[in-house]
Design a protein around this ligand. Structure first.
Ligand code: UFG
Length: 330
């Protein structure tokens, strides 16, 4: 089976490519390297450099390869960045999906697994979030992902393109080999920043807000290992093929950890102490996001293997120790 992975040089995309290849799929990767890294792409994948908004380019990829299904990870995904420049997010995220669906339709490819996000829920009204809960994003990033979910629904209705949208909570960790991992520039995500501080690459780190309505005042998130996310994509694809039915699923561990708990656990895992300062809240951050993944567990027969925060941080620590400069071996 030939799978086109859009954004396959990025953090979650590259880990999914590794899992697909390990399980015998043929993989074609498309990436414009806006956030991705060539070095993160598995050597057995066929890589095309280009932009999904360029139909000529995308049509050529479909014409040159007998694609059976698509996984789409290609997007901008930083909450604060989307608050500062929403139109950039609408253009990159929504327009690239629109053009991708047009190309899929022309090529007769009728299956897609899409990276959605917990950010579609906004500030949740209750502790644990289910797929049927209200979607009310508090930032443009979440809005673009929600708009795409709706675009997919109508594309299914009109053209029979079947989709699974996976609403991830906070992706974390790295491949157990330590060969690929999380490397954004600039880095904004909590765990890489904590580990870079533990390594001495940063003099100190900041907690963005300790006045949230949570037990210790810092934001709570549900951290899910990137390889567990990759596994869910493959299970979602299998389900699409077996049932020809579209669906939306949360993916998380079902446990919430505060920013302070992440820092304490990272100190334990790394054996390093470091300086932490409190800063004001970051724009667009909801106070707590915790997943119910019961639907994915039942219908996709998926269960996270990395079920403890220590295990997740250990894999990230291995990647950071092996690659202190990310993919830039300077
Ligand atoms: N944080 C800090 N200090 C830092 C970095 C982050 O205190 O230096 C805090 C944030 O304010 C937030 C928490 O740590 O409360 C997690 O922040 P991340 O930036 O790691 O992740 P987000 O929750 O903002 O967003 C991530 C992805 C989104 C996705 C969302 C879903 O970037 O794409 O998870 O929960 F939508």
């Amino acid at each position: 089976m030939n799978v086109l992975v859009c954004g396959g040089a990025g953090y979650i995309g590259s880990h999914t490519v590794y899992e697909l290849i390990e399980r015998g799929y043929n993989v074609v990767v498309v990436d414009n390297l806006a956030n991705g890294h060539k070095e993160a792409v598995h050597k057995n994948a066929k890589l095309y450099l280009g932009d999904l908004r360029d139909s000529e380019f995308t049509d050529r990829v479909f014409n040159e390869n007998d694609i059976d299904a698509v996984m789409d990870f290609a997007a901008f995904s930083i909450v604060e960045g989307s608050m500062a420049d929403p139109l950039k997010y609408y253009d990159n995220n929504i327009y690239s999906m629109l053009k991708l669906l047009e190309s899929m339709n022309k090529a007769g490819v009728k299956k897609i697994v899409f990276s959605s996000t917990a950010a579609v829920y906004g500030e949740p009204k209750k502790g644990i979030i289910s797929e049927t809960d209200k979607t009310e994003p508090t930032n443009p990033y979440g809005e673009t992902k929600l708009a795409i979910e709706k675009m997919l629904k109508w594309a299914d209705n009109a053209y029979g393109i079947k989709y699974v949208a996976l609403r991830y909570f906070n992706a974390a960790g790295a491949h157990i080999s330590g060969k690929i991992g999380e490397a954004h520039s600039p880095e904004t995500h909590l765990i890489p920043i904590v580990l870079q501080t533990a390594m001495g690459k940063r003099e100190k780190m900041f907690i963005f807000g300790d006045d949230y309505p949570t037990e210790d005042g810092t934001c709570i998130r549900d951290y899910i290992h990137v390889t567990d996310l990759a596994d869910a994509h493959i299970k979602a694809l299998k389900k699409l093929i077996e049932t020809e039915q579209s669906g939306i699923y949360n993916l998380g561990n079902g446990k919430g950890f505060s920013v302070k708990q992440i820092i304490e656990t990272a100190k334990k895992v790394t054996g390093k102490d470091f300086k932490v300062e409190i800063q004001p809240r970051r724009a667009g951050d909801p106070s707590a996001l915790i997943a119910s993944s019961k639907k994915a567990e039942k219908e996709l027969v998926w269960k996270p293997k990395f079920d403890s925060l220590e295990k997740i941080i250990e894999t990230a620590w291995l990647w950071h120790k092996n690659n202190p400069n990310g993919y830039n071996n300077i």
